[in-house]
Ligand binder design. Structure first.
Ligand SMILES: [Zn+2]
Length: 185
């Protein structure tokens, strides 16, 4: 069984404009800006043996404002510029299916596809819903500080993506069992 790091896309791997306190997902590939801090962090995680899996909700697809073709162009760019292994996309706005992001089912699906030990896998995100899904799936969440973090669920909070990678590598080095941090008093 392999270990994975699941990565939120918007706000983690690519930079997003913020309008009225909300992240705005890019609708055209020309507006897709990869986070310059992500590459080295991901290379370090990759070198440590992690499978790197991007999970993203792109509800603009089902709303008809984000063409599939633009999304595919963005993700071709991600594969080209970052050492990622797979991208799971939920295109829905209502998240009713168990595999919809941010439901935990997407982690379970990826775990099945890639033969992952979810208890020994990690989630990097800046949104509370991902930390909640991580907890249900048995993953350890390392959250990048943001206005969308909430107070519960997350195992660790760091300042940026390199900080998240560093924390995961520290936990790996001390063979830290995934869920222990959440049960610590
Ligand atoms: Zn979905």
């Amino acid at each position: 069984m392999r270990q994975a790091v699941f990565l939120e896309r918007d706000g983690i791997l690519n930079l997003c404009d913020i309008v009225n306190g909300e992240q705005v997902t890019p609708l055209r590939c020309e507006r897709f800006r990869i986070n310059p801090a992500a590459r080295e962090a991901l290379e370090d995680l990759k070198a440590a043996g992690f499978v790197l899996i991007v999970t993203t909700n792109q509800s603009a697809v089902s709303q008809g404002i984000l063409p599939r073709r633009e999304l595919e162009r963005m993700h071709t760019l991600l594969f080209r510029q970052l050492p990622i292994d797979d991208i799971f996309v939920c295109p829905h706005a209502d998240w009713t299916h168990p595999s919809c992001k941010p439901q935990p089912g997407m982690f379970l699906d990826a775990g099945f596809k890639w033969g992952l030990d979810l208890d020994q896998s990690f989630v990097i995100s800046d949104k509370e819903a991902d930390a909640k899904a991580a907890q249900i799936a048995g993953c350890t969440s390392v959250m990048v500080r943001s206005p969308w973090l909430g107070m519960e669920f997350h195992s660790f909070v760091v300042d940026d993506v390199p900080g998240a990678a560093q924390r995961i590598l520290e936990l790996l080095a001390t063979n830290h069992p995934g869920n222990e941090a959440m049960h610590r008093p």
